[in-house]
Design a protein around this ligand. Structure first.
Ligand code: CA
Length: 264
């Protein structure tokens, strides 16, 4: 029986996922624990949870920002704008700093966590998509199947892994989150999250978030794709949202009993 994988990327469509005996990668569904308000004008690119608050970076030229947000009501408590020529991308916290990327400008920013004041800029090759960290390293996606590891101080690359499902690379790995020893990532323009082994890059689980935002809450021309994963380690809460979505969801994974593998 083939899994119905709607809006899957071309790469993954080519991989022709199917269920079957010997399939190794479990597929999860979800249940909504709670829904919170989310700013429909926030084109979410990065999301993280820290000390009771959400931190969110948003994209689009002239509209990019870094925000501190109250989870419970979506209130923006602090906000700074990214210079208008830049398309803001991923966001990560490291000690008392927030670090963010831009899409195609090869420029990243370092902000003071408390004041959101810009402290410095840094540079990197290729595109910037998303950031997270594992307590030792910054982890960065760039729109390909590769995830880069960066030194948190120098922000220089120290290594990389290639995200793959049964040996086939998966492109468009986007927003990232470190969750209990794995890298969670959503795949751009899909409703899927990947659970990735941080040593090998192998996908060890797939989470199907189709139907998370009901059609009745989607506004044509405004509501964009799933993007944004945050994790509250203290209370084991997983949050997801999307670009210009009206809601942010706490979800719990539900095993489906299905598994996926790439057809040979
Ligand atoms: Ca994140």
């Amino acid at each position: 029986m083939k899994l119905a994988l709607t809006r899957w990327t071309a790469t993954l469509a080519a991989a022709a996922l199917s269920t079957g005996a010997g399939a190794a990668v479990p597929v999860y569904g979800f249940e909504i624990v709670r829904a919170y308000p989310h700013d429909v004008h926030a084109f979410t690119e990065g999301l993280l949870f820290l000390n009771g608050f959400l931190y969110e970076s948003t994209g689009l030229e002239k509209h990019s920002s870094i925000r501190k947000v109250r989870l419970e009501n979506g209130e923006v408590l602090q906000k700074i704008r990214i210079p208008p020529q830049y398309f803001g991308e991923g966001l990560v916290v490291w000690q008392q700093r927030l670090i963010s990327l831009t899409w195609k400008s090869h420029v990243g920013f370092v902000f003071d966590l408390a004041t959101l004041q810009l402290q410095k800029r840094f540079h990197y090759p290729g595109e910037g998509w998303a950031l997270t960290q594992d307590g030792r390293r910054i982890i960065m996606s760039d729109g390909t199947a590769d995830l880069r590891f960066l030194d948190p101080q120098s922000l220089q690359e120290t290594g990389r892994i290639r995200v793959s499902l049964e040996g086939k690379p998966i492109d468009n790995v986007n927003e990232l989150e470190w969750v209990k020893g794995e890298i969670y990532a959503n795949v751009w323009r899909t409703n899927w999250l990947l659970r990735i082994n941080p040593d090998s890059g192998q996908v060890v689980g797939l989470i199907n978030l189709s139907g998370l935002l009901p059609a009745s809450e989607q506004v044509p021309g405004q509501t964009d794709v799933l993007n944004g994963i945050a994790y509250d380690a203290a209370r084991d809460r997983l949050f997801v949202t999307g670009k210009n979505w009206p809601k942010l969801f706490e979800i719990r994974l539900k095993p489906t009993g299905e598994s996926a593998q790439a057809n040979r």
